[in-house]
Structure formats: structure tokens, C-alpha cells
Design a binder for this molecule. Structure first.
Ligand SMILES: [Zn+2]
Ligand SMILES: [Zn+2]
Length: 331
């Protein structure tokens, strides 16, 4: 690779970041490639399974003189389709070992295998929190589109918090950064002060923190703790999933995101304090703008994460309203 080559952004040593196109508003997702002199050829995150993403990754590999079969290890930051989509394809083409945090294997990763069985529960959860039937139908179809772009790996081996992995000839500590996903993984290299952060922190946009049918009970509580961890870690640079590939100022950004979530908590406490409201109703007030189907789903799940956080703190209550078949949050 030459200095004039714009495809890959150097991170540290033999580790490079590649921005791969995805058909989402963020436009690209970061895939990391490492081809060290000693040690396994590694890919971190795999993008969504689209022809454009496959071509971009092939170009990135080619720039390093590599092909699909050369990949020996795949590490996934979290199970979301834009990060996990091609894992099964890489596994099949190269026999690479696919690794994720143990927490994520039991939860998010299972979702792709049990998708058909879990979908009714997923939709019921949304309906119980007020999502109208028409949106539910669209949401089922939208979920199916995502499912079609994910090729899950047939075998995933667990990484554990505190364990070390070698990348670019350096030792990296495995971190658990829950909130955006239950088993979100980070990789931390203290010597160079570099964090591979996935979507645990992002510049420009606030990583979605949503409560779904199969997530841990308090994703926002988890995320506020993750922000605390990131503040304390204070990395000089972080490789991020979107709008990067590299960002600085992680500590300040973590503080900004914490303030943002506290503002939202105050807003929801005030809205639900005025009159009992469903989470869907609250989400219309909090995200008071045109949103497509997946935008509405994210808005509802995000609102719900805030409402439940307040409920678990004892600052809000919820009551099942039999007539409409919906949970209402109230003071
Ligand atoms: Zn994500
Ligand atoms: Zn993402």
C-alpha cells in the first residue's frame, strides 16, 4: 500500500480502517483490517451483506495484498446488521474463527438464529407500548429486510471482558461497553491510547440506546455506566463505527452524551408527570418530526429505554391499561 492510497486509514502499526458503504443514513460503517508480520490476519466488523459492501471489502483486502481466504480471525463489536452482516460469508470463504463478547453471543447474536421465533415477541413488545397496528406490519417487513442482509456465522467463539487479544503486534484488552447493544465489545490499547469503540461512542450522532423485547432490562443505565468508563479511560483516539473512522475528544463527547440523555430523562419525567402516556406517545413528543419505519422503531425503543430507566429508579410508574392493551407511564 502506498501513502497516496485513499482506501485505508492507518490506525496503528499494521492495523487499518476501511469505510464500507451501507444503505443507512450514516452512509458507511468502519471495518478494520490487520495483516501483521506475525499473527493472524484479522477483520474487525464486517458490514452489511450487500454487493457494494462485498466489493469495498475486497478492494480493502486487495490493497493489503490479501483475499477473502486469507482472513483468519473475525472480531465483531456487536450484533447489529451493519457490523455483523457478512460474518457468515467471511467464515465460509476463509474458515476464519468468528469471535464476539460472551454476553453478545447469548443475546444479540442469538437473535439472528432465532429471528423467526422471536419476531412475534418483538412486535408484541412494541404493540404493548403503543405502536399502532399499521406501523407494526411495516416494522415486520422492515425487520425481514435487515434479516436478509445478515449471514450469521455458524460458530462464534466467546471473548471475555478483561481478556487480551493481539492485534498489530500489540496487546489489547477486551472491554464490555453495554448500552447500544447488550454485549458491545471494545478493544483497548493503553500504550498507544487507542480504543476500538464500534458504536459505543460516535461523533455527530448519539448512538441509539433502545429497550427491545430481548435486551437487558435497563440499557440506558448500562449506557450511562459505559460513558463513565469511556470518560475514565480517556483514549487519545477511538476508531468508531460511523462518521469516523477515527475520532478524538472521546472524554468530552462522553460528557456531552451523558448531558443529552439527562435532558431526555427530564423531558420524559415532565411529560409523563403531566398525564399518563404510553411510550409511543412519549416518543412522538420527544422525536417530533417525520421519521420512516425504522426511525419510528428506534424512537420508540429509545424513549422506552429512558422511561424504564426512570421507572427502575422509582421516579415513574407504569400501569397496564386493559381497554387499549397498552402500558401507560405516569408519576
Ligand atoms: Zn450498532
Ligand atoms: Zn453501527
Amino acid at each position: 500500500m502506498t501513502a497516496s492510497d485513499p482506501v485505508l486509514t492507518p490506525v496503528v502499526g499494521s492495523l487499518y480502517a476501511l469505510e464500507v458503504p451501507i444503505p443507512y443514513p450514516m452512509k458507511t460503517v468502519t471495518v478494520l483490517l490487520d495483516a501483521p508480520a506475525n499473527g493472524p490476519v484479522t477483520m474487525i466488523d464486517t458490514a452489511l451483506d450487500t454487493p457494494e459492501a462485498r466489493a469495498a471489502i475486497e478492494t480493502g483486502l486487495g490493497t493489503l495484498g490479501l483475499h477473502w481466504p486469507d482472513v483468519e480471525r473475525v472480531i465483531i463489536t456487536h450484533h447489529h446488521p451493519d457490523h455483523y452482516g457478512l460474518a457468515g460469508v467471511v467464515e465460509e470463504r476463509s474458515g476464519a474463527a468468528v469471535q464476539m463478547l460472551d454476553v453478545e453471543i447469548g443475546r444479540g447474536e442469538r437473535y439472528w438464529h432465532l429471528w423467526e421465533e422471536w419476531l412475534p415477541g418483538h412486535l408484541k413488545h412494541m404493540r404493548d407500548h403503543g405502536l399502532p397496528q399499521a406501523s407494526l406490519d411495516d416494522m415486520g417487513a422492515d425487520n425481514r429486510r435487515s434479516r436478509d442482509r445478515v449471514q450469521p456465522a455458524s460458530r462464534v467463539s466467546p471473548l471475555r471482558e478483561g481478556q487480551h487479544v493481539t492485534l498489530a503486534g500489540r496487546e489489547w484488552e477486551v472491554l464490555w461497553l453495554p448500552g447500544h447493544a447488550d454485549g458491545h465489545l471494545g478493544l483497548w490499547n493503553a500504550e498507544d491510547s487507542v480504543l476500538i469503540a464500534g458504536d459505543a461512542i460516535l461523533p455527530r450522532i448519539s448512538p441509539n440506546v433502545g429497550l427491545y423485547a430481548y435486551t437487558r432490562p435497563d440499557p440506558l443505565g448500562d449506557y450511562l455506566q459505559t460513558l463513565g468508563k469511556l470518560e475514565a479511560l480517556n483514549p487519545a483516539r477511538a476508531v468508531v463505527g460511523h462518521h469516523g473512522p477515527v475520532m478524538t475528544g472521546v472524554q468530552a463527547r462522553a460528557r456531552e452524551l451523558r448531558a443529552h440523555h439527562h435532558e431526555r430523562l427530564d423531558f420524559i419525567a415532565a411529560e409523563a408527570g403531566r398525564e399518563p402516556r404510553s411510550a409511543y406517545d412519549l416518543s412522538l413528543a420527544m422525536f417530533n418530526r417525520e421519521l420512516n419505519v425504522s426511525g419510528r422503531r428506534f424512537a420508540l425503543a429509545e424513549t422506552l429505554a429512558h422511561a424504564e430507566h426512570l421507572r427502575l429508579l422509582g421516579q415513574l410508574y407504569r400501569t397496564w391499561q386493559e381497554d387499549d392493551g397498552v402500558w401507560l407511564y405516569h408519576a
